[in-house]
Design a protein around this ligand. Structure first.
Ligand SMILES: Cc1ncc(COP(=O)(O)O)c(C=O)c1O
Length: 398
């Protein structure tokens, strides 16, 4: 990738930034658009927030909806995926004995959310161990469907997983959940701007995603999707002017002229919508820079780096390449003091990359974005080689 592209980001030049996955990184023109909105807001707050906000939100909602393959009426702006998923988890009416079916690859903040809900309602979480390495769709689908029982009320899955960077093939299990009247709740924190999405066709009941990761909008721009038929089940986390005691049937009008779903979730007291308003600029940045081509290059670089590391460790990957997130790969490494390796990678080599233990596997999670380059991958492999004492290439096993 060109150095020119790297210069369009605000990242420190002395850091090899290989962790786009955690919080994303915002390109300069997008960040400038965000700041222009903030300045405009501050120049006349009442005009901006009091009179124009509903209208201002319309264009970002439409452009995002087009990216997501969803009707604009089915997405509401939230600050992050966690808050979107909390709206769902804390709205669904669960009873003692009800089951929430999920996997052993979920993000810890959401595991806590469901644990909290279980404590409040008496429901229980049932965790399916996804067979690894993930090499076929049937591996995944069969394991999830085998976990469904008459008591399953919710299916909660990441679309792209955080610790293992796997792309779960969710379409079939979402359809099966619908057949069994199980609510499907999908954590798409990593998917917008990373994989193609067609949310209306997917048919999941609820889907939350972050735009500030792979769509590269500023932090605080995420969405909650809900199918029209289930929007009425949701209550906002914060009750404010958007709330009405009226019907939430499809077609009903909310307090600010959108649907009650959108108005209740988006209006929650005074807050800065500028990150969301920068959405069209983020999409323009991607188009102007041929992001489809850039992303394909990143995928090739991520997979090539994982293969090179595998050549040094002899450790098999967690999945076949098609089930790895395109721009993120969880690379198994030999047993080590992960906190120490993580710290030394930064202190000695200025490499920003998560290194951790997940179950019995030691993982270095590599993200590759348009600002990264092949020489950075060489630096990473050399650093890991030294830190993990990896000598000559080993033969692959198990
Ligand atoms: C799978 C997954 N879900 C949820 C989240 C939470 O995202 P946020 O902190 O933006 O709510 C993350 C963050 O990395 C994630 O990886």
């Amino acid at each position: 990738m060109s150095a020119n592209l790297a210069r369009q980001f605000l990242l420190r030049e002395d850091v090899v930034f290989l962790n786009h996955g955690s919080f994303g990184a915002c390109p300069r023109p997008v960040f400038e658009a965000y700041q222009r909105f903030q300045l405009e807001l501050e120049s006349e707050p009442v005009e901006f927030l009091g009179r124009r906000l509903t209208e201002l939100m319309r264009t970002p909602r439409e452009v995002l909806a087009a990216e997501l393959g969803a009707a604009p009426a089915n997405i509401a702006a939230v600050t992050n995926a966690t808050s979107g998923l909390n709206i769902v988890a804390r709205s669904l009416q669960l009873r003692p004995g009800d089951q929430i079916l999920t996997t052993d690859h979920e993000y810890s903040a959401l595991e806590k959310t469901w644990a909290f809900v279980c404590r409040q309602t008496g429901a229980e979480v049932v965790v399916v161990k996804v067979p690894l390495p993930l090499v076929s769709e049937a591996n995944f689908t069969d394991a999830i469907i085998a976990g469904m029982t008459e008591r399953t009320r919710v299916l909660f899955l990441s679309h792209i997983t955080s610790p293992t960077a796997l792309l779960f093939p969710i379409a079939e299990v979402v359809a099966e959940a619908r057949r069994r009247a199980i609510w499907s709740v999908i954590d798409g924190a990593h998917t917008p701007g990373h994989i193609p999405l067609e949310l209306d066709s997917l048919g999941a009941d609820f889907y939350a995603g972050n735009c500030h990761k792979w769509m590269m909008t500023p932090k605080g721009s995420a969405f909650l999707y809900a199918r029209p038929e289930v929007q009425g089940l949701l209550d906002p986390l914060v009750i404010s002017h958007g709330w009405t005691a009226q019907s939430k049937e499809p077609g009903a009008k909310g307090a600010f002229g959108n649907s009650p779903f959108i108005d209740e979730i988006e209006v929650q007291g005074t807050r800065d919508p500028s990150a969301w308003l920068a959405m069209p600029e983020a999409i323009r940045f991607r188009q102007d820079n041929d992001w489809t081509g850039v992303a394909a290059h990143c995928t090739a670089l991520a997979q090539d780096t994982a293969r090179r590391l595998q050549g040094l460790t002899g450790l098999a990957p967690l999945s076949a390449p098609e089930f790895s997130a395109p721009q993120m790969v969880a690379m198994p490494i030999p047993e080590c003091d992960t906190a120490e390796v993580h710290k030394t990678l930064f202190d000695r080599y200025k490499i920003e990359m998560p290194v951790f233990r997940w179950q019995d596997t030691y993982i270095a999670r590599l993200s590759v974005q348009g600002y990264n380059s092949r020489p950075q991958m060489d630096v990473l492999l050399e650093a890991l080689g030294e830190l993990l004492d990896l000598g000559e290439p080993r033969r692959a096993h198990g």
